[in-house]
Design a protein around this ligand. Sequence first.
Ligand SMILES: [Zn+2]
Length: 95
Amino acid sequence: MTKSIYAIGDCPVCPGSSYAIVLVSENNLVFFCPLCEVAWDKLPLELNGSNVLTLPEVAPNGVSLPDDELLSNSRVRAFVVTDAWCCEEVLKHIT
Ligand SMILES: [Zn+2]
């Protein structure tokens, strides 16, 4: 079964160009933009000089795609990403 790739909205770093993708690290939701490769370990996605993180920093043991149950149990409102480039880039980071 192929899992869908979910996003919560535009990436705050590159809005209009890419999405903040929902990923899972050890049962916690983390968020990642495949275009600028910035990652967040919590909401809201804010950027300032001190909290610019990369995916290996927020998920040192790797990430997986969220399943529907985990997403519906969280309070995150996500939608399915259909952009082929974006999906392909995200899948490169899935362990
Ligand atoms: Zn971005």
